[in-house]
Design a protein around this ligand. Structure first.
Ligand code: GLY
Ligand code: MN
Ligand code: MN
Length: 466
């Protein structure tokens, strides 16, 4: 945990930002995987972690905005619990560590909420996403699931998003560490990949590093020779010389701060000429965008900058034709880049996505586009100092999508479908880093992870010829 004062101050800022009523922050429960006593690894709710810091199941906190009281609800361990799971500090000791002086039994929480309801006091909740918490809240607030989905408090969501979006120095140190764990995972993959190996063997190697270095992987590992499938979680393919491996994975620190890094490398000692050209196009776009990061810039404009940069490269390869600024505005460039440039990252890999992407990535500043490609952009709004974002452009050759667009003659003024035929089985390249927006520009977090063609080939050549 951070120092006690950190949590007290964060809660004070939150309470000052929301006018009246009570704030209820629900911690998470253990969740059954296939039966009650066989549970998924426990993951605390991230807003609960941020404001309370206690990484244990079965807790909730109430902040009474009118009286100023803060109460931690939980359950003391019975001797039976201790026999099975070992001793733990008492509820009041755990509360004290977070700077909370008042505790109550979890069983008393429904009555407190009923009383608040009866008194016409507003109960501010965040959008519940776990079934356990949905069931509880629906019973306690006496509403259906459908009604519950409309009950989260916009003012609470806005206040939480405003606070969690700007990372404190201690959080940034955590995030640097998360990137360093992630970097070690990526270097291990580059060093240990061999033709004939199964993707799952590499997955095991990188997961082991994440478990040893912190809280394990921050999200399910992508490790694939079919990088054109954007969220490919299959790991059964055998690596063959001539293929690319796209690895999108990262570790989480012990305090759950996430790293989210992507690298793409050849199974062979070197990239083919075609692979090098596409790889360089993605890298150029990523570097161009990173260098443009500073407060006040719209991330949506950085997304378009990346799309334009890659489209210009594709034009020089004869795959695209015409005016590339127009090709981006018309949406033609998104045939090869159908996802967003990046997202906020912090305690969650897509930070605060449970609170609603609209609040996190757009707010009152922008309306999200519904155009294919850019509609997948999670973060469009202006950047501010303290934001940590990912920059993850990619180029993909998705046969099914190419076929569909070709059959429709879609954007045929911009796309040379004949030249494209030579890339049909290329797969995909993505390169992703985690970047802090500073007062005057940016800082790429963590120690550098091999990224240039020369750096990546140097690792592959060393390991394959040694
Ligand atoms: N790993 C998913 C992403 O990069 O957003
Ligand atoms: Mn990623
Ligand atoms: Mn990402």
């Amino acid at each position: 945990m951070f120092p006690t004062e950190t949590y007290r101050q964060r809660r004070q800022v939150l309470m000052d930002a929301v006018s009246s009523g009570i704030i209820l922050l629900m911690g998470n429960e253990d969740s059954a995987m296939n039966y009650t006593d066989n549970v998924y690894p426990f993951r605390q709710d991230s807003s609960f972690l941020y404001y309370v810091g206690i990484d244990q199941p079965g807790l909730a906190v109430v902040m009474d905005l009118d009286s100023g009281r803060t109460i931690l609800f939980g359950t003391e361990l019975t001797i039976d619990d201790i026999v099975w799971t070992g001793p733990q500090p008492s509820l009041s000791d755990r509360a004290a560590r977070s700077g909370i002086t008042e505790t109550k039994s979890y069983q008393d929480l429904p009555a407190l909420l009923a009383e608040a309801n009866a008194g016409g006091r507003f109960v501010h909740i965040l959008p519940p996403y776990r079934p356990e918490n949905k069931v509880k809240l629906s019973a306690w607030l006496n509403v259906s699931f459908r009604q519950l989905s409309k009950m989260p408090s916009a003012s609470l969501i806005r206040a939480v998003v405003a606070q969690r979006s700007v990372k404190e120095p201690a959080e940034i140190r955590q995030m640097e560490h998360a990137v360093d764990i992630s970097g070690a995972m990526h270097v291990a993959a580059m060093e240990q990949a061999r033709p004939g190996m199964r993707e799952s063997q590499l997955v095991g190697i990188v997961q082991g590093i994440a478990v040893a270095g912190g809280k394990g992987t921050a999200y399910p590992v992508i490790m694939t020779t079919e990088g054109q499938v954007l969220h490919n979680h299959h790991h059964h393919r055998i690596l063959e010389s001539g293929q690319l491996v796209l690895g999108d994975f990262g570790g989480a620190t012990n305090m759950h701060y996430a790293g989210d890094i992507t690298r793409t490398f050849p199974v062979a000692p070197t990239f083919t000429t075609q692979q090098k050209e596409i790889y360089q196009a993605v890298l150029d776009a990523q570097m161009e965008v990173i260098e443009a990061i500073r407060p006040g810039v719209f991330n949506r404009d950085l997304h378009k900058m990346a799309a334009r940069s890659m489209a210009e490269s594709l034009k020089s390869l004869g795959i695209m034709t015409g005016d590339m600024e127009e090709a981006v505005e018309e949406g033609a460039a998104y045939l090869f880049f159908p996802h967003g440039l990046g997202h906020m990252i912090g305690l969650d890999v897509h930070d605060m996505e449970d609170l609603g992407e609209h609040y996190v990535g757009y707010g009152d500043e922008l309306t999200r586009s519904d155009q294919f490609g850019i509609k997948a952009l999670r973060l469009g709004r202006t950047l501010h100092p303290g934001f940590v974002i990912t920059v993850e452009p990619g180029l993909y050759f998705i046969p099914e999508l190419i076929d569909q667009w070709a059959a429709e003659g879609k954007h045929k003024d911009f796309i040379n479908y004949q030249a494209l035929a030579a890339y049909r089985d290329f797969s995909g390249v993505r390169i992703e880093d985690d970047i802090l927006v500073t007062d005057s520009g940016y800082r790429v977090l963590g120690r550098p992870i091999p990224k240039t063609v020369a750096e990546v080939e140097s690792i592959r050549q060393q390991v394959l010829t040694s």
